[in-house]
Design a binder for this molecule. Structure first.
Ligand SMILES: C[S@@+](CC[C@H](N)C(=O)[O-])C[C@H]1O[C@@H](n2cnc3c(N)ncnc32)[C@H](O)[C@@H]1O
Length: 401
């Protein structure tokens, strides 16, 4: 009996696959389908974030997320000012800004909370993909009274900044290596091209692990004491390695002289991540609000996302010059920043704007829903040249009400 291959190969991918001898690593596949300049889901700007798009992120549910996050951002900015750091401008850097709404809404919210700050702030957007940048331009170019620019790590490294860096749902979109364990052996997952009756399909294939993969496995055991792979795994147990995150922290450490970094993403502890029960990793694809575990389907027309392992991520940051401030779940962070006050204010809505308040209430609750966005992790880091920068972190405090 012939087993059907996993998915059809789109026309544009046949050439690059053939150029590589018919098989590529999953890492390369994920990079192509998201970031290939002419066909990638992000680079073409095909990705649409929001209720009518492919999936919702916190900023796409309205401006509450930005209004609450701005309270923390303003606290960090004022601590940087108080620390007397010699910097003419404070930068608010957003990496992977998607539709650009978080950047815009953060600036609006800062303007409301601390209007005096706005003249001292510049907004810096760092976007890898031209299609997404074009979408951001339409949103951010409407901002008035604040300096803004798009930049990249190369440029920023030449002229490092002081301020706050935000990366919301960006690291989960970095290409990952998939590791397959079979009978005490580890393989690098690859994707191969198959021709059946004149049609091309994609299927998984086992490739030889790279030296970097071997090193990752050794380091996880030695440095992080991660039981990897866990005992009693099934034949073909799969997991992921976010191999670009280490380099990202290293490069970002050269961009920020003083300040903080907030990573908000799908993430979990190593015990849950590298768990015997999680036998197919965390990768999932999204399109038109539907999640799909067939991650080879509709290449270039879907988003692909993989969770972060918290310990590995924190370790990569620390070994690249960052101090770990702390982490918490988004639900907890937003409550600490005052989400319940927003909910309370909606109770006083009059019947004329009832449907609007019900919609706002639903959006607020979605941000903290433990089965959804509320389970996201906020991981905060700081960077300081002088070693004596003290930042207050309200998002880590116990919620008052
Ligand atoms: C899932 S979207 C998240 C968008 C937005 N932050 C939000 O929460 O709505 C990922 C974004 O990161 C961008 N991106 C992916 N890899 C990147 C990288 N290495 N550097 C900068 N941006 C990147 C994508 O093009 C896209 O705009």
């Amino acid at each position: 009996m012939m087993i059907a291959p996993t998915a059809r190969c789109p026309k544009w991918l046949i050439g690059p696959m053939k150029d590589c001898g018919g098989s590529i690593s999953f890492y390369k596949y994920m990079d192509l389908v998201l970031n290939d300049p002419s066909n990638g889901f992000y680079s073409t700007g095909r990705l649409k974030i929001g209720k009518d798009g492919d999936f919702c992120t916190s900023p796409s549910l309205g401006n509450y997320f930005a209004q609450l996050l701005a309270i923390q951002v303003v606290q960090w900015f004022s601590d940087l000012e108080k620390a007397g750091i010699d910097s003419k401008l404070l930068s608010l850097v957003e990496i992977g800004p998607g539709e650009g709404t978080l950047s815009r809404d953060l600036i609006d919210a800062i303007n409301e909370i601390a209007p005096a700050l706005i003249s001292k702030i510049e907004l810096v957007l760092v976007e890898l993909n031209i299609g997404m940048r074009k979408r951001q331009e339409k949103v951010v170019n409407n901002l008035t009274g604040v300096k803004y620019r798009w930049s990249n790590f190369e440029e920023l490294t030449q002229k490092p900044v002081t301020g706050v860096v935000i990366a919301n749902e960006v690291l989960d979109a970095f290409p990952v290596e998939r590791l397959v364990f079979k009978d005490n052996r580890v393989f690098r997952q690859g994707v191969s091209l198959k021709k059946i009756n004149k049609e091309y399909f994609l299927d998984f294939v086992d490739l030889k692990p790279t030296h970097a993969i071997d090193q990752f496995l050794k380091d996880s055991k030695r440095l992080l004491k991660i039981d990897f792979p866990p005992k009693d795994i099934c034949f073909g147990w799969i997991t992921e390695w976010h191999c670009d995150v280490q380099t990202w922290f290293r490069r970002l450490s050269k961009v920020l002289l003083n300040g903080s970094l907030l990573v908000v993403d799908y993430a979990m502890e190593s015990k849950r991540y590298y768990n015997v029960m999680r036998n197919n990793g965390t990768l999932i694809s999204y399109r038109n609000q539907e999640a799909n575990t067939n991650i080879l389907k509709d290449s270039g027309l879907c988003d692909l996302t993989a969770h972060l392992c918290i310990e590995t991520t924190v370790n990569y940051a620390i070994t690249n010059g960052w101090k770990f401030i702390g982490e918490t779940r988004q639900g907890q962070a937003l409550l600490a920043l005052g989400l319940s006050k927003f909910l309370f204010s909606l109770q006083n809505a009059t019947s004329n704007n009832l449907s609007d308040s019900l919609e706002r209430r639903e959006s607020l609750l979605r941000l903290v829903d433990p089965m959804g966005l509320g389970e996201f992790r906020w991981l905060a880091f700081q960077k300081d040249n002088s070693n004596d920068l003290v930042l207050r972190n309200r998002f880590l405090e116990e919620p008052i009400n």
